[in-house]
Design a protein around this ligand. Sequence first.
Ligand SMILES: [Zn+2]
Length: 246
Amino acid sequence: MTSALFWFVPMATPTVFAQNLSLEELEKVVPKQAFRIGKSIVGCGDVSGIKISQSGETKTCSGFIHSEKTAKRWYQVTCTIFSNGSVVNPSCVCRASPNMRTHSCCCKHVSALLLSLYALENCKNLNEHPKIFRRPNMNRFAEASPYLQEKVEFHLTWEDVLSRMTMDPPKKRSYSSSYDVFQTGSTPQKRARRSTPRADYLGWTCEKLREKLREKGENFFGRREELVERWKKVIEGENETATQIQ
Ligand SMILES: [Zn+2]
């Protein structure tokens, strides 16, 4: 209950401070998991349509990040980078977007954009994936069927990854036409979970009811209606204590 209200408290503009867009700096300021997944997103060629516009000391960057292969969506990510190294207002249209309700300053998509900007500047003329953006476990696809190889984009080279980053607009993926969903507005919030558990115990057998009551140290004798009634009280009691604890 209280957490639902908490989401509407306005928060300060999230800022990431990096002296420059070096890996060491990013690793320090980007949350660990977002950093790790961001590296893999970049390595898999799931960053596209990067645009950088410079005005004075300020760079405004935007790009599309494709994260989950099942989600079939490209998320738009934007951020502003100042010459002093601060990355201001990183924003993404995903549910974990930094300016919505999480306390961390970067979701994995923002992390992927920042890492891509690093890669475009520092890993331009390489023949193969740089170590940090290497896709793990790709060897096992060496003998796979052409279909599978296509699915995992086995033949994706580092050059492909880089050119895809600046491709405009993002091209659809070779193996599916449904990848061209460009999410440029915020994604709808999931409905809050019902706080009361569903009354599925109404369908339980007497045996199960007795078993459950016995586990809770309750009286487990009596007719079915009595058992149901008793279990209902147990659950209600538990919910009350749970709310008090919150
Ligand atoms: Zn995101």
